[in-house]
Write a protein that binds this ligand. Structure first.
Ligand code: PMP
Length: 398
């Protein structure tokens, strides 16, 4: 008799499964648009020059590898908080915002979810329909009932803002509302600044709890522009909110697992109590975060010259994504598929292309082009080499 006998086989992650199928494909022309990773023009995950510079310094210093504090490297958490709130936020100077280093943005979501489950044990969480798949899993795993709010209008290929407002208004006060700060994953449909103002006002009026997921700061319009939701919340009368942020994309440091949880409390005293709880949650989970990725990010953000270099490199990634979007729309139209102009209006790495499951299957079977079954494609996996091929294939199945 085995103690593991009752355990069933559960399905693997569909997106990671897609990459396995792609790797096994022997066609030379294959393209993986299923991933959530930014690739450069040569099809490689970039190693940013600013990061390389710090990496060289760290290698030379060869510092001892003691444990970090439970809440992470202070140079990292301070710089992260400043990036989220901008230079001078009263909320920061009043000691109401505390940032903790976490194991990627995913770790921030998990620690944040556990904290909120303690503070608001009866609350539900509302996530956008659709949302990043893992949102449901993470909040479900800590015992939250997860509900959806309307977000995407498939026919219009954009945000259904009226539907979103109607659903948010109907939520019970105290419900946690998960919002993507920018570059919505998976749809690429974001709120305009005026729409953000409406949402922040509504969150306040209805007594809802904002939980911001910021996985792509700087990937759409700029570091400050992409943080608008956070800046508006900070300037609003709302006393509490949390932010889960990640440097996986903006520093191209996916495997280093560099993220942060920022919790905004009502006062400095409350913030200290909240932080003691955050530390206890982490201590009982993975005890303390890892050093290398945080040292890289802190090394860049706290050195004015390297920071400027990073901002340039981030800007180039952003500009390239915009150019790929425009290029794809143009090539599609040139191949007779002119219905895809919305792709150029979407933000970030992803696009809900509107391709059906059957069309996605044809792309895979006939062309070796891999996309998620929902029609999500990663625009940042396109390049000058494959753009024409992908446009022709998409036009052929459209
Ligand atoms: N939130 C969203 C919306 C994401 O797309 C991702 C990454 N795919 C994450 C969180 C998690 O980020 P990380 O890889 O740093 O855990």
């Amino acid at each position: 008799m085995s103690f593991f006998a009752p355990l069933e086989l559960v399905p693997g992650d569909p997106i990671l499964g897609l990459t396995e199928a792609y790797n096994a494909d022997t066609r030379a022309t294959k393209v993986n648009l299923g991933v959530g990773i930014y690739y450069d023009e040569a099809g490689r995950i970039p190693v940013l020059r600013a990061v390389q510079q710090v990496e060289r310094q760290l290698a030379e210093q060869s510092k001892p590898r003691g444990y970090l504090p439970i809440d992470g490297l202070p140079d990292y958490t301070r710089a992260t908080r400043d990036l989220l709130f901008g230079g001078e936020s009263p909320l920061v100077s009043e000691g109401r915002a505390i940032t903790t280093q976490t194991i990627g943005g995913s770790g921030a979501l998990r620690v944040g979810a556990e904290l909120l489950k303690k503070a608001l044990p009866a609350a539900r969480i509302a996530i956008s329909n659709p949302s990043w798949e893992n949102h449901r899993a993470v909040f479900g795993a800590v015992g939250f009932e997860v509900v959806d709010y309307t977000y995407f209008d498939a026919a219009a290929h954009g945000l259904d803002f009226d539907g979103m407002l109607a659903d948010l208004v109907a939520l019970e006060p105290g419900t946690v509302v998960l919002l993507h700060a920018c570059c919505h994953n998976p749809t690429g449909a974001d709120l305009t600044p005026a729409q953000w103002e409406r949402v922040v006002a509504l969150l306040h009026e209805r007594g809802l709890f904002p939980f911001i997921d910021m996985a792509y700061q700087g990937f759409d319009r700029g570091i400050d522009e992409d943080a608008l939701a956070i800046r508006l919340l900070a300037a609003s009368p709302i006393r509490n909110f949390v932010v889960a942020s990640s440097y996986s994309k903006s520093f191209s440091l996916y495997g280093e697992r560099v993220g942060a949880l920022t919790v905004v409390s009502d006062s400095a005293d409350e913030a200290r109590r909240v932080q003691s709880q955050v530390k206890r949650l982490i201590r009982a989970n993975y005890s303390s975060p890892s050093t290398h990725g945080a040292a890289l990010v802190a090394g860049v953000l706290n050195d004015p010259a390297l920071r400027m270099q990073w901002e340039e490199e981030l800007g180039r990634m952003r500009t390239r994504i915009h150019a790929l979007r425009a290029g794809l729309v143009e090539r599609l139209a040139a191949n007779g598929a002119s219905q895809y102009d919305f792709i150029a209006r979407q933000a970030g790495m992803f696009s809900y292309s509107g391709l059906s499951k059957a069309q996605v299957e044809r792309l895979r079977d006939e062309f070796g082009i891999y996309a998620v079954g929902t029609g999500r494609i990663c625009v940042a996996a396109l390049s000058a080499d494959n753009l024409d091929y992908v446009a022709k294939a998409v036009a052929a199945v459209s």
